[in-house]
Design a protein around this ligand. Structure first.
Ligand SMILES: Nc1ncnc2c1ncn2[C@@H]1O[C@H](COP(=O)(O)OP(=O)(O)OP(=O)(O)O)[C@@H](O)[C@H]1O
Ligand SMILES: [Mg+2]
Length: 561
């Protein structure tokens, strides 16, 4: 029994139709989507010369009935929808009944298929418009040769085989990512290049985005009122200067969506340097009636009915993973030798903290768990603070951590920042543009806690800096702030970039490497880090501290073996 039907004209007129075969990769995408829609669990792809000579996609899906083969190549013929209601709640990747017809119009196409109920397969193609018997297992193979052989104008726009291949590879990886339960293989010019066996979502993500990504990523898994999101997103340490590792799927469909991008950007905004891009593979599931995929012929754009709710949901799911509280595992009660503060074996439980705390503050701590980052034991090469907590060793990048603390403080203070007048005002020679900027933005600078004014077109004086940054070197700090304001131009633009401006200030206000700190100062910084949201990363997305547990140390020394 055939199941492909020609869509009624009224429905056809509702479908966002148009060009689909922009280049070999677009044909490959359509063929792979058809295979997934057919329920295939194994799909193999053969390409020649970047897909320009040959694209062959073979699957083990449910196949096409003999009487449907010719229909499959007809325009507006589909088995996936038949009514307007179905167009409004699409569950398949395809729905327009256009792809095969469009590809067949610009290439030599052959279609081989066999349903499980048949004894053998059938083939149709350019040379055999009527099905002829063909031996094959259940499933479908589509062979597309000589793309654009009949449209020289299009052929001229093809790039080199290597470029077209790299586009095909992108499509292949994207589709493989979307269906971890399906096995995929890829050959190019007879060489086996990629092979993915059926896997879990996490397994497939690691295979495609690489182990480095997987190690730097956290799992995302949230659901609420009809929406759910799964996948992995990298901590900002693993950011990239390109957008190569950004995969967002909605109901299994790879999409590029402004709303989703915005939600992600916002979640990463405070922890990622603005020229870096986050890396993620995320899968949103939503009731098909809540989205419209019939927006663009390439089907990579969608519209959400409740766009605000989706934005909020995605933003919160990501933000949650990006700013976990500084929570470490519970204190062990194991006996270990410690070198500090006393040279004897002692219990690393609450008593230990009490002892330590007495030494530092001569006061009893409320509870040991209040100090997950432990207590400083020294400074390494002027750059790192070494601290000891119940887990073992904590190593803190002093400058990065302080920068984050200062930034969060600046960000949360409202109104005019308290000023710290300089005992000796700092003057520096300036360009006329710097002087003009200082003059024009005097109010804004005052609000930020700076008293900066031009003495002459070539001299600027700094009389006060924000109290939070009182230890900063006033001149480079003032220069950096002026430079940034100049770059943003109008005051309105500055308001939008306020956080970036604060980040610049924080960077200058944070302790420089090589500054020796006392144990008290170091402990004070650790306490501030514990109080600060997102203190685990500096404003540029680098980590600010890490933990080395006693068992990791034990392993290094092969203890207990
Ligand atoms: N690999 C396949 N396995 C089983 N059936 C297939 C396969 N490829 C195509 N078909 C059948 O052929 C029909 C036409 O495919 P085509 O890709 O042209 O349209 P579509 O997938 O329905 O919609 P769209 O144009 O949005 O892709 C499909 O509806 C499906 O019934
Ligand atoms: Mg299709």
């Amino acid at each position: 029994m055939g199941s492909i039907k020609i869509l009624p004209d009224l429905l056809v007129s509702q479908i966002a139709a148009g060009e689909v075969v922009e280049r070999p990769a677009s044909a490959l995408k359509e063929l792979l989507e058809n295979s997934l829609d057919s329920g295939a669990t194994s799909i193999s792809v053969h390409l020649q010369e970047g897909g320009t000579k040959l694209i062959r996609v073979a699957d083990n899906g449910k196949g096409i009935a003999r009487e449907d083969l010719a229909l499959a190549l007809r325009r507006h013929a589909t088995s996936k929808i038949s009514t307007l209601e179905e167009l409004h709640s699409i569950r398949s990747l395809g729905f327009r009944g256009e792809a095969l017809a469009s590809i067949a119009a610009v290439s030599k196409l052959e279609l081989f298929s066999r349903m499980a109920s048949e004894d053998h397969g059938w083939k149709i193609g350019s040379n055999s418009p009527d099905p002829v018997p063909s031996s094959r297992a259940t499933g479908t193979t589509v062979e597309v040769s000589d793309l654009y052989f009949n449209t020289p104008a299009r052929r001229k726009f093809l790039k080199s085989a290597a470029t077209e291949f790299s586009h095909c590879l992108d499509v292949f990886r994207r589709i493989a990512l979307s269906s971890p339960g399906t096995a995929f293989s890829l050959q190019h010019n007879g060489k086996a290049l990629q092979q993915y066996s059926a896997s879990t979502l996490e397994g497939r993500i690691s295979e495609i985005l690489g182990n480095e990504f997987a190690e730097a990523a956290f799992s995302v898994e949230e659901s609420s009122s009809g929406l759910s999101i799964r996948g992995m997103a990298a901590r900002p340490v693993y950011s990239s200067s390109t957008r190569d590792a950004q995969f967002f799927f909605v109901n299994g469909r790879f999409v590029r969506d402004k709303l989703l991008n915005h939600a992600l950007k916002q979640a990463y905004q405070d922890v990622l340097h603005h020229q870096r891009h986050p890396a993620f593979a995320l899968f949103l599931t939503i009731s098909p009636g809540e989205i419209d995929v019939n927006v663009h012929p390439a089907k990579t754009e969608i519209r959400f009915r409740e766009s605000r709710a989706v934005h909020q949901f995605v933003f919160h799911a990501l933000e949650k993973g990006l700013s976990p509280p500084v929570a470490l595992r519970p204190a062990t009660t194991r006996e270990i030798p410690v070198a500090y503060p006393v040279q004897k074996k002692m219990d690393l439980g609450v008593a230990f903290y009490e002892k330590l705390f007495e030494q530092h503050f001569e006061e009893k701590p409320a509870a040991a768990e209040d100090f997950p980052l432990g207590f400083a034991i020294g400074q390494l090469s002027g750059v790192y603070i070494l601290a000891q907590n119940s887990q073992g060793l904590v190593v803190v990048d002093m400058h990065a951590a302080h920068e984050r603390v200062v930034y969060e403080k600046l960000k949360t203070s409202s109104g005019q920042f308290p000023m710290q007048p300089l005992l000796v005002p700092a003057t520096f020679s300036s360009t006329p543009l710097e002087s003009e900027t200082a003059q024009e933005n005097r109010d804004l600078l005052l609000e930020l806690g700076f008293d900066i004014s031009p003495l002459s077109p070539t001299t600027i004086v700094v009389r006060a800096v924000p109290a939070l940054l009182k230890n900063a070197d006033a001149m480079p700090l003032a220069r950096a702030v002026l430079k940034e304001i100049m770059e943003y131009g109008a005051t309105r633009a500055v308001a939008e970039k306020r956080n970036e401006l604060l980040a610049t200030m924080a960077c200058h206000g944070a302790v420089r490497a090589k500054r020796m700190l006392t144990l008290h100062e170091m402990d004070a910084l650790l306490r501030e880090m514990e109080q600060t949201e997102r203190s685990g990363q500096c404003n540029h997305g680098r980590p600010t501290w890490f933990q080395m547990t006693l068992s990791e140390l034990d392993k290094l020394f092969m203890r207990g073996k």
